[in-house]
Design a protein around this ligand. Structure first.
Ligand SMILES: Cc1cc2nc3c(=O)[nH]c(=O)nc-3n(C[C@H](O)[C@H](O)[C@H](O)COP(=O)(O)OP(=O)(O)OC[C@H]3O[C@@H](n4cnc5c(N)ncnc54)[C@H](O)[C@@H]3O)c2cc1C
Ligand code: FES
Ligand code: FES
Length: 502
């Protein structure tokens, strides 16, 4: 959608079909705004994207249509919803006229204290309306598979609920409710809404008293990349804001405030996916969920990563550019993108430059990105190496930050490893390539002896540290065992000793 300029310094948000004005400071999150409006189904559990009690539905553009997208209201600035449409659990249904997801939760005993329930109901409703949801062909998954990742007999993907926690009901009745859902009725207004365009992006520019001392906080959503880059060049202190899943935690938990925010998440120039003969270019403001859908399996290594990155709720907001913009040593995309030999397109008002990701990080949360520059795209060279893996070692299998993350991309020809690229996260102040291990692997046979020799070198890569996630010793052990895990998984997948012909 093209952006519409605001004509007045008002922020108007349509919630459950009624237009409401947001008049608070720019750091106010959508959760506080909605609760202030009396829409108290939206709950605060953690205020840092971990529990899903605050889930809401937002009408997001999906080509020319609309996709009901579940988001964490606690991480979303209310002002970012200027001109947008929101549905809360109150808008889905009420006691006299329950929505199908609410009805199934009642029938399957999916709620006890009820604190988490509105959040579950919103995440479930997003999945209920997901256009691609359809009963899988063939035999339904067995119970173990269904509990893990796979879709229910009605096509309901349990990962839609991976960002919602329940402390008292237990997940079985909630899962049963989800798997009992049918398809939306012909007169379902939210289902019908999907076939019309999403609300246009609004060029917001609001300044509001933001502190007890009355300092102004400004929030701008420019209409074009050039305008965003001009603002950044003239006002280097401005903070670019994409999905806000990192920034929202800073605001809520650490009390961070920005005097001036620049919303870049809806800039169409940053939201393209381009495939050429030589490379695939991903716009920095594409969310992880959009990439899961949009790449259509073109980059198997990223497919292996997506399901392990946070939760569906976070992936619906988190952008790939934001994951690199933080400069974090434990982001999940850098190890995979290093293995894929990605380059970053850094854009400023004056020019554009390409930087290999391997040269991007310079120190703990330090990068070569200059003031006034944005990451505008991530470029992945083609063709891709065929043997790939993404290993994430974390305390919980899903919805957790990694202790160690490893991305592999290997090419094997005639039984010989002709190219090895390995990206590491969580084992140094920056993500890095395991270049010493790559050198051991290249030119040698793809066999256990080679893997064992390389594993000894891999165990010494990086400079792992002790922290609350893992000890240095544990991290080293994870590095040392990783290659054998990769090799064993490949053997299992192919049933033979080479990766050729895959
Ligand atoms: C509950 C929870 C779970 C999480 N789990 C994971 C996980 O499993 N793996 C993982 O890697 N991360 C995880 N994260 C962290 C976060 O979701 C990711 O880092 C995400 O990709 C950040 O993207 P964003 O668009 O939300 O960034 P924002 O919060 O909008 O921005 C983050 C930083 O990047 C800068 N920035 C944003 N876009 C650009 C750009 N295009 N150019 C330059 N700078 C830019 C911003 O100025 C800001 O400093 C988790 C976060 C939460 C809250
Ligand atoms: S309040 Fe826990 S995710 Fe928002
Ligand atoms: S019903 Fe009590 S937390 Fe889920």
């Amino acid at each position: 959608m093209t952006a519409k300029p605001t004509t007045e310094s008002q922020c108007l948000i349509t919630v459950n079909g009624t237009v409401r004005e947001f008049t608070g400071p720019t750091h106010t999150n959508a959760l506080d705004f909605l609760r202030g409006e009396g829409l108290t189904s939206c709950k605060e559990g953690c205020a840092e994207g971990e529990c899903g009690a605050c889930s809401i539905l937002v009408a997001r553009a999906d080509g020319d249509a609309t996709r009901w997208t579940a988001l964490n209201a606690c991480l979303l600035p209310a002002v970012a919803l200027d001109g947008q449409e929101v549905i809360t659990a109150e808008g889905l249904g009420d006691r006299t006229d329950l929505h199908p997801v609410q009805q199934q939760m009642v029938e399957h005993g999916g709620s006890q204290c009820g604190y988490c329930t509105p959040g579950f109901v919103c995440s479930m409703a997003a999945e209920y309306y997901r256009p691609e949801r359809a009963a899988p062909a063939g035999t339904p998954p067995d119970e173990e598979d269904a509990a893990d990742h796979h879709c229910g007999p009605n096509g309901f993907d349990l990962h839609a609920l991976s960002g919602n926690l329940c402390r008292c009901t237990g997940y079985r009745p909630i899962r049963d409710a989800a798997f009992a859902l049918g398809t939306p009725a012909a007169d379902d207004a939210l289902a019908a809404r999907r076939y019309r365009p999403a609300p246009a992006v609004v060029n917001t520019d609001l300044s509001r008293a933001d502190t007890p001392a009355g300092q102004l906080g400004r929030y701008r959503r420019p209409g074009t990349l050039q305008e965003a880059l001009r603002i950044l060049s003239e006002e280097p202190e401005v903070l670019p804001l994409a999905g806000g899943t990192d920034w929202g935690v800073e605001v809520n938990i650490k009390g961070a405030r920005a005097r001036s925010l620049l919303a870049i998440d809806r800039l169409s120039e940053l939201r393209q996916l381009d495939v050429t003969d030589t490379h695939l270019e991903i716009g920095a403001a594409c969310t992880l969920s959009e990439l899961e859908r949009g790449l259509q399996g073109r980059i198997p290594l990223l497919d292996k990563l997506f399901g392990q990155f946070a939760s569906r709720l976070i992936r619906n907001s988190a952008t790939i550019g934001g994951n690199l913009g933080t400069g974090s040593p434990i982001g999940d995309t850098p190890p995979a993108l290093l293995a894929l030999e990605a380059e970053l397109v850094l854009s400023s008002v004056a020019d554009q430059r390409m930087v290999p990701l391997a040269d991007y990080f310079t120190g703990y949360r330090q990068t070569v990105r200059r003031p006034g520059e944005l990451i505008s795209a991530i470029r992945i060279p083609l063709p891709l190496s065929k043997l790939t893996s993404f290993q994430k070692i974390s305390k919980r299998r899903f919805d957790d930050i990694s202790s160690v993350a490893i991305g592999y991309a290997l090419a094997v020809e005639g039984g010989i490893i002709t190219k090895a690229r390995i990206g590491l996260g969580g084992v140094a102040a920056t993500p890095l390539r395991a270049t010493a291990t790559e050198m051991v692997l290249e030119g040698r046979a793809w066999e256990l002896e080679t893997i064992r020799a390389a594993a000894r070198v891999m165990g010494e890569e990086g400079t792992p540290m002790d922290d609350h996630r893992a000890s240095a010793e544990y991290r080293k052990a994870m590095l040392a065992s990783s290659l054998e895990r990769f090799f064993a998984a490949q053997l299992q997948e192919t049933g033979r000793l080479t990766g050729e012909g895959k």
